[in-house]
Design a protein. Structure first.
Length: 390
């Protein structure tokens, strides 16, 4: 079988390391859009075809995030190469089998049976900075050949930085400049980060380790299951295309808010968005608080029967509404967690400005739309009948 692959330098560097016995650990670190994920998908396909009966495990913190990123890319690449066979794709077990007996399995690290289960030849941990050191150890114990990691260096401290120092580890650093297939508009957006925030420029453009940040939120907590005392909920929507479209479910009890991701996906047309909302059972009786910058999409949503309201986009007022609330975020809302940990005020030298950095903020915008709306709903003056006896 002959495969013709459009490969970046990141693909070639990883290919050489994967097929060399010199290093056990391969860490892909760097900036955004450097082709890390796509190149590793290509490499896993090549490995599976080259070595019959091999087992490759691809993991991430949660399965929904893994399905929406790596699994989707993997299937797209195999379709483009003309080798995808839907009959060999067990969508229940999230396993793809090749004619030569090799298999690629996808699972989340919160699946105890999988993480402590059978051995594999190669493991790839996508967005590896989401994993704990204990999760890494369990995966390491059960991998016979190579462990591959990829991440953006947005954490100040992490076990991955210690792993980089070991002799059995090789680090492959990459930036957007290693991706010759990147659209010019995206390149411009990445390069413009130098005019927005130096720390973000270092992390997402240059792929350098994070420095301390003036985080906007620091009071967020994690929840697994909704409490029984939820009063009401609404949805909040921030439109995107190259940026992700973010649809959040925002539930409340008094001044406590619970945030969950419903949709977080790029390249969605209005037709795609409406279909996904139908498929996911978005309640047409509940308000959807949306960014009014896209009135044509709002009109399409309304014609589809959704109850869409224009958001109050006052940034400072919205941030104040969030900061003055007790805030819980679903443990599976990986993108919202990633954004909130990196959402910060602009800096001018050492001076913190009263303006957030406009980058990786799609879920953050949606969150403040919804919380501000729900708080304003309860802000009216309550009247009551009072009786006086003289």
């Amino acid at each position: 079988m002959e495969l013709n692959i459009n490969a970046t330098p990141v693909f070639h560097k990883n290919y050489n390391e994967i097929h060399s016995k010199e290093h056990r650990f391969i860490i892909n670190v760097g900036g955004t859009r450097s082709s890390k994920t796509y190149s590793l998908c290509q490499n896993m396909i090549v490995y599976a075809l080259k070595y019959p009966n091999s087992i490759i495990s691809i993991v991430r913190k949660t399965l929904p995030a893994l399905k929406a990123t790596v699994m989707r890319d993997m299937i797209t690449i195999m379709r483009e190469l003309g080798i995808y066979n839907e009959k060999e794709h067990n969508k229940t077990e999230n396993i793809y089998r090749f004619p030569n007996g090799s298999m690629i399995e996808f699972f989340s690290v919160d699946d105890e049976q999988k993480i402590r289960g059978r051995k594999r030849d190669v493991l790839w941990a996508n967005e590896a900075n989401e994993l704990t050191f204990d999760e890494f150890q369990q995966l390491n114990f059960r991998t016979t050949y190579k462990l591959i990691f990829d991440f953006n260096p947005s954490d100040n401290f992490h076990w991955l930085y210690d792993l980089e120092l070991k002799d059995e580890c090789i680090k492959i650093h990459s930036t957007y400049k290693d991706n010759p297939f990147l659209e010019r508009e995206i390149v411009q957006q990445i390069e413009d980060l130098i005019n927005v925030d130096k720390s973000y420029y270092d992390i997402y453009c240059l792929g350098l380790k994070a420095t301390s940040k003036a985080n906007i939120y620091s009071h967020q907590l994690e929840f697994n299951e909704y409490p029984s005392n939820i009063e009401d909920f609404c949805y909040a929507l921030d439109f995107g295309y190259n940026h992700p479209t973010a649809l959040l479910k925002i539930s409340r009890f008094e001044n406590t808010f619970y945030i969950d991701e419903v949709i977080y996906q790029s390249l969605l047309t209005s037709t795609d968005l409406i279909q996904k909302m139908k498929d996911l059972g978005v309640d047409k009786n509940k308000y959807i608080i949306a960014d009014y910058a896209r009135p044509e999409i709002i009109e399409e949503l309304r014609r589809a029967g959704y109850n869409v309201m224009n958001a109050n986009k006052n940034v400072k007022e919205g941030i104040d509404a969030v900061k003055s609330s007790i805030l819980y975020i679903k443990n599976t809302a990986i993108n919202t967690w990633k954004e909130i940990r990196n959402y910060k005020w602009k800096l001018k030298g050492d001076l913190i400005l009263d303006e957030p950095v406009k980058f990786l903020d799609d879920a953050m915008d949606a969150m403040r739309y919804g919380i501000l709306f729900m708080k304003k709903q309860n802000r009216g003056i309550t009247s009551s009948f009072v009786s006086f006896n003289f």
